[in-house]
Design a protein. Structure first.
Length: 204
């Protein structure tokens, strides 16, 4: 277990963040050493007083990369996520090793079977109990070529006036779910280069 999270914007915060790479070094580029460095969360965003995030990235976190929880008046542009290399069929399953240290805003993965290796993997984005959010041009990537397609990418629940434009995903069965249930499968996305799917959505 490494850091609890890389960024937490509380409900009373207002921030402008530009060019931030929130990365966990969970794989060895120089050899064959297996690494399971487990950062619990990427960005927990609960801000309500005006927040701008431009050119940010959260990669290789156990539970989620971006969690917009009760947030309002938030704009994000050009954001990127990437599943932990060691998770799923390649190794341990979420929420391990944070299963005994979850908070109410964390996903529990109870919508997945206990041994479902492609479902119990980090969420790219969670958007719950939010209003007035614009999420523009996200790139959500699952680099698990040899072990199949990750089940879920983005979960939405109980939101008002949230807008997602140019959401691009790679290797996910479901681009959007609603409270863990399939809402937009990858077949509904417009197929583009590098086998990516791009969608735009408005969730009232």
């Amino acid at each position: 277990m490494a850091a609890w999270a890389l960024l937490h914007l509380t409900s009373t915060s207002s921030a402008y963040i530009e060019n931030m790479w929130g990365w966990t070094a969970d794989h060895d580029l120089d050899g064959n050493r297996q690494q399971n460095i487990a950062t619990g969360r990427g960005a927990l965003i609960e801000a309500t007083k005006g927040t701008w995030m431009i050119g940010t990235s959260m990669e290789h976190h156990v539970l989620y990369h971006y969690n917009f929880n009760g947030a309002a008046n938030v704009f994000t542009g050009l954001q990127q996520t990437e599943t932990p290399y060691w998770q799923g069929a390649a190794g341990k399953l979420a929420p391990y090793p944070w299963d005994n240290a979850l908070i109410p805003s964390d996903p529990t993965f109870q919508n997945c079977g206990s041994s479902d290796t492609l479902c119990r993997m980090s969420w790219m984005e969670i958007v719950k109990d939010c209003k007035d959010l614009v999420l523009y041009s996200a790139s959500d990537l699952a680099f698990i070529f040899s072990s199949g397609t990750q089940t879920n990418s983005i979960d939405v629940k109980n939101n008002s006036a949230i807008y997602l434009y140019a959401t691009n995903t790679l290797h996910f069965a479901n681009i959007f779910t609603e409270n863990g249930k399939a809402l937009v499968p990858q077949q509904k996305g417009a197929s583009g280069n590098f086998a990516m799917n791009s969608v735009a959505g408005y969730f009232a």
